[in-house]
Design a protein around this ligand. Structure first.
Ligand SMILES: NC(=O)c1ccc[n+]([C@@H]2O[C@H](COP(=O)([O-])OP(=O)(O)OC[C@H]3O[C@@H](n4cnc5c(N)ncnc54)[C@H](OP(=O)(O)O)[C@@H]3O)[C@@H](O)[C@H]2O)c1
Length: 361
């Protein structure tokens, strides 16, 4: 695909290693992989001896500048993302590189501002956020009601746990809210206990939380109504989160370990699974719907980040600062996901005459 240099920060982490593997598989021949302890990239280097392992610490300006030097595109898979904000994006810009961030979201987008010279910057290029705002665009349109459920039982990395703990406040979304008639309507939904949305292998607790990404999608698509639920296999994670958010923010990092343990406890009784399902309820006929299943949302986020980087390299995204869900072409990404081994199944039943396809593994 390209012999220009792609620099992947956090490239030997859970998300980053998969992004590096996919970029290499898809024909990127020069990949720089960085973090504070590059010896952790040994296995990746054994598998992909052509990659360059490099020391970089985001908190050391000089090493970050050096890491970005010569890169055509910087892909940021390091975390916690809500502490990094736009630090890496600014370093990429100074080096004249394009930028893709697997997270970042509204806080980083706002910090960076709306211009990026003649280059492209894309935030929120993962599964959630990312696919949660992108794939439903294949099945829903103006005037529709759309119901989304996403979640399951999977392990949690400390970087992700830290981000989840930081993701509180209006930049991230609103609990119990839904979108209706062009506006966010607060306190409109209640938690649902032991429900089994289509596509889930077991009953789950579904907590209403309207992410800012979904609000943006609802406005873009002129939806009539949007209900978004995060699905939990047990009470372990929601209980830990409730305790953390009730506590003094000064002690929030104390909950990182508790949250990773809570995620681990869900896996004592079941195999890992993760489902994203979206449905447009209809009075008659087969409702437009999509269901994506994976056992690893971290690695799948790495796939999405790599596909986003490829879309930038192929000049499919115009210069400027974007969110992945509104910059990527949903049908292209769905097609690529249907071929990816990390996707256990992806079925999409579009509105009449817009059925996209089905794939099962
Ligand atoms: N959008 C989505 O759906 C989605 C899904 C999953 C994760 N994420 C986000 O992706 C990010 C990474 O998650 P992960 O699960 O892959 O975490 P991880 O496995 O802990 O990987 C984080 C990587 O970042 C590197 N890193 C951390 N601090 C650094 C620093 N100061 N300077 C340089 N490198 C640093 C780490 O290497 P060293 O520690 O050796 O430096 C490691 O390689 C998190 O922000 C997470 O919230 C997004």
């Amino acid at each position: 695909m390209t012999d220009r240099l792609i620099a992947v920060l956090g490239g030997y982490g859970e998300v980053g290693a998969t992004a590096v593997r996919r970029l290499s598989e898809h024909g990127c021949t020069r990949i720089r992989v960085g973090g504070r302890n590059p010896s952790r990239g040994g296995t990746l280097h054994d598998d992909l001896p052509g990659i360059e392992l490099s020391y970089v610490d985001i908190d050391e300006t000089e090493s970050l500048e050096e890491f970005c030097t010569g890169a055509h595109l910087v892909l940021n898979c390091a975390g916690p993302s809500y502490r990094i904000l736009d630090t890496v994006a600014k370093a990429a810009s100074a080096a004249g590189a394009h930028y893709v961030d697997v997270a970042g979201d509204v806080p980083a987008f706002r910090a960076l501002g709306s211009t990026f010279g003649d280059r492209v910057a894309v935030f929120s290029a993962g599964l959630m956020p990312g696919l949660t705002g992108l794939l439903p665009r294949l099945i829903a349109g103006p005037g529709d009601r759309l119901d989304i459920h996403v979640g399951g039982a999977v392990g949690m990395t400390p970087a992700s746990a830290a981000d989840i703990l930081l993701a509180q406040g209006p930049d991230f979304g609103e609990s119990l809210a839904l979108w209706r008639g062009g506006a966010v309507v607060p306190r409109s939904l209640a938690p649902l206990r032991s429900v089994q949305p289509a596509g889930f292998p077991e009953p789950v607790d579904a907590m209403p939380f309207l992410p800012t990404e979904s609000t943006r999608m609802a406005a873009d698509l002129s939806l009539d109504e949007l209900r978004f639920y995060t699905a939990y296999a047990s009470e372990a994670i929601p209980t830990t989160l409730a305790m953390a958010w009730a506590d003094d923010p000064e002690f929030r990092d104390d909950y990182i370990e508790l949250l990773t343990q809570a995620a681990k406890s869900d896996l004592r009784e079941r195999d890992p699974y993760y489902v994203l399902t979206a449905l447009v309820p209809t009075a008659t006929g087969a409702p437009p719907s999509l269901t994506l299943r994976t056992c690893d949302p971290y690695q799948l986020s790495g796939v999405v980040a790599a596909l986003t980087a490829e879309a930038v390299l192929q000049e499919k995204i115009s210069p400027g600062v974007h969110f992945a869900d509104s910059a990527l072409e949903p049908a292209d990404i769905a097609e690529a996901l249907q071929r990816d081994p990390l996707v256990q199944s992806l079925s999409i039943q579009g509105p009449p005459r817009r059925t996209i396809g089905e794939h099962r593994r």
